[in-house]
Design a protein around this ligand. Structure first.
Ligand code: GDP
Length: 613
């Protein structure tokens, strides 16, 4: 009974334990073993972060890393060490976050790649004409003589340097792709017709580009028209937060005419300058290819056909690939002239034949080691998606405070739609009044009119909540919101809206965790179950024993904290056992009982704090 307490508790010293390498997902128990500490300590730390995980529950890498750091240990950079075992590789959960996917694990091997550009702007301002012009020039310059097939991306060359343009203009495609996890674009060209100026879709395009953190180059189009008003457009842009260089800002503006071709060279050069100054796109051509689907269809003769924009690495003919939820082998690759190519490197588009299904625009392509591994990964993904389908896909007002606690967010992102400009201002003002020091509102879009697919896409891409005031939501937009897990809240009374938001912010403030001790039991007899597990035959001395938290005391000293996995009377699981009765107690992780240990049963409750202004 007087054993050294330390001997029952595994102890690792943060000072001597090296950096901990954490896999993509891990159970609480495995994490404890990995670090070399008691699982109860991990659970306690998780609870402190507002996560109530049981010992066998799987937590994701970010959570595990956070807890590990909170416990004073160092976390190794990057993901898990590369497994060379084929099966292990196949089972590894594929990365899903954009930044993870395109991350370069070997920074010394990256080289410059061509910037990828999306053209956006209001309808009829000349997006298509501009792209056509650029394409024509590119074909002429390339002297290929062939007819360029439409593959979803085209290239221009300026002074020997390439620029890749996505052929589907508009922020709809841009944001739809982003909602699928693919941040494809490096630079947004905002086309504004000089005679028409900043219009509703111009504003949307600005909001979408800003939400994605993509630098803007303004193409002031239709300069050949006599009734253009460039200065007015420049002012309108400033009013929308796009301050051009001439006005002391950072956004370049290039006057062009898609009709005459004037200014086009200047525009291309400016794109390269912006890329060099703000983006510096880089990639490692010597690794297996990773890219994005820009277009895909089922061709009658050739089967599934997908245009892949390679982002990093090289896609080679014969490679086994996973693309979204389908897999296959790169049976053949073609360039935009329909010619067979052997490989496609960073920032080049290639038509891929040989997939088993048709992927969607925005899906990520990854080269994998074998077709079998590819099939396995897709299977895993589908299973994971099924398991997750009930879970929230995106931010909701209720779960935001959790993310904040995890240090993941300090703002509530909102896509706001209102009936008229006047009410829009009123709602923004009212919300700004209730935001707190700790959590602020970030309005990604303030627009008028009903909630559209586009709004849902923007919210999905940016983890935002959609708030509508005196507006409706279309049927397809509603379906989309449900499918994407985007929270949409509609109001017709301002104070109801602010009340809800205030409550959400209160949730976002650190909740207090209040523990209530329920009772105590003394361990009288220890039963072994299986190899390593114990059930403590105990006598309840006061209060009651319920499922929930447990602290174990030996000689009056706390030796461990854990969760009560089950409480039994004779052979039956029961909800509680009260003072004066005997019971069997099994803890989730602690199996080092000794006679006369005291088990304290407690429950914990999370209490939201009210917003303080
Ligand atoms: P989009 O809806 O933004 O793709 O615009 P389009 O490229 O379809 O162009 C809309 C209209 O504007 C078409 O009739 C074009 O011919 C015309 N247009 C486009 N660029 C120019 C330009 O630079 N000058 C003039 N005068 N007309 C243009």
């Amino acid at each position: 009974r007087n054993d050294n307490v330390q001997s029952t508790v595994q102890v690792a010293d943060p000072a001597t334990r090296g950096a901990v390498e954490i896999p993509d997902s891990i159970t609480v128990k495995e994490l404890a073993e990995l670090i070399g500490i008691n699982s109860a300590d991990v659970i306690r730390e998780l609870i402190r972060s507002g996560i109530f995980a049981t010992i066998n529950q799987t937590i994701d890498r970010d959570t595990a890393a956070l807890v590990t750091e909170e416990l004073g240990f160092q976390v190794a950079e990057g993901g898990p060490a590369a497994a060379d075992d084929e099966e292990a590789e196949a089972e590894k959960a594929p990365a899903t976050k954009d930044d993870d996917i395109f991350a370069e694990p070997e920074p010394d091997k990256v080289v410059e790649r061509a910037p990828i550009v999306t053209v956006m702007g209001h309808v009829d301002h000349g997006k298509t004409s501009l792209l056509d012009r650029i394409r024509e020039t590119a074909v002429a310059e390339g002297e290929r003589g062939g007819i360029t097939q439409h593959i979803g991306a085209s290239e221009a060359t300026v002074n020997g340097r390439r620029i890749v343009f996505l052929d589907t203009p508009g922020h709809e495609a841009f944001t739809a792709m982003r909602a699928r996890g693919a941040k494809v674009t490096d630079i947004a060209v905002l086309v504004v017709a000089a005679d028409d100026g900043v219009m509703p879709q111009t504003i949307e395009a600005i909001d979408h580009a800003k939400a994605a953190g993509v630098p803007i180059v303004v193409a002031l189009n239709k300069m050949d028209l006599p009734d253009g008003k460039p200065d007015r457009v420049k002012t309108e842009l400033s009013e929308r937060g796009v301050i051009i260089e001439e006005y002391g800002g950072e956004t370049p503006l290039v006057p062009v005419s898609a009709k005459t071709g004037d200014g086009l060279d200047d525009l291309l050069e400016t794109i390269l300058l912006t890329s060099d100054a703000n983006v510096e796109p880089r990639a490692n051509p010597d690794r297996p290819g990773i890219g994005t689907v820009v277009e895909a269809e089922l061709d009658r003769g050739r089967g599934p056909v997908a245009t892949i924009l390679v982002r990093t690495g090289t896609l080679e003919q014969g490679d086994a690939v996973v693309v979204g939820n389908t897999s296959g082998k790169a049976r053949a690759l073609e360039d935009s002239t329909g010619r067979r190519i052997k490989s496609a490197g960073p920032s080049s588009a290639a038509v891929l034949l040989g997939l088993s299904g048709v992927p969607e625009a925005g899906d990520i392509l990854r080269v994998v080691e074998s077709e079998k591994i590819g099939r396995n990964q897709v299977e895993q993904q589908l299973l994971a998606a099924e398991a997750k389908s009930d879970a929230q896909g995106h931010a909701t007002l209720e779960d935001l405070y959790r993310q904040i606690q995890m240090g993941q967010t300090k703002e509530l992102r909102i896509v706001l739609k209102s009936d008229v400009q006047g009410s829009l201002g009123a709602v923004v003002h009212a919300l700004e009044q209730i935001q707190t020091e700790e959590v602020r509102f970030n309005f990604l879009l303030e627009g008028t009119g009903d909630i559209t697919n586009n709004d849902i896409n923007l919210a999905a891409a940016s983890d935002a909540v959609v708030v509508g005031f005196n507006v409706r939501i279309g049927g397809t937009a509603r379906q989309m919101a449900e499918a994407e897990g985007v929270e949409v809240r509609l109001y017709d009374i301002i104070y109801k809206l602010t009340e809800d938001m205030e409550a959400a912010l209160a949730g976002m403030l650190e909740p207090e965790i209040v523990e209530t001790v329920q009772g105590r039991a003394e361990v009288r007899q220890i039963f072994r179950v299986g190899k390593n597990q114990q059930i403590a035959g105990s006598y309840v001395t006061d209060g009651r024993i319920v499922r929930g938290g447990a602290r174990i005391y030996r000689n009056g000293e706390l030796i461990a904290a854990d969760q009560i996995a089950s409480v039994r009377r004779f052979k039956d699981d029961v909800r509680e056992v009260t003072a004066g009765f005997e019971c069997g107690i099994a803890l989730a992780g602690f199996h080092d009982f000794e006679e006369f240990d005291v088990i304290e049963s407690f429950t914990s409750e999370t209490i939201a704090r009210a917003a303080t202004r």
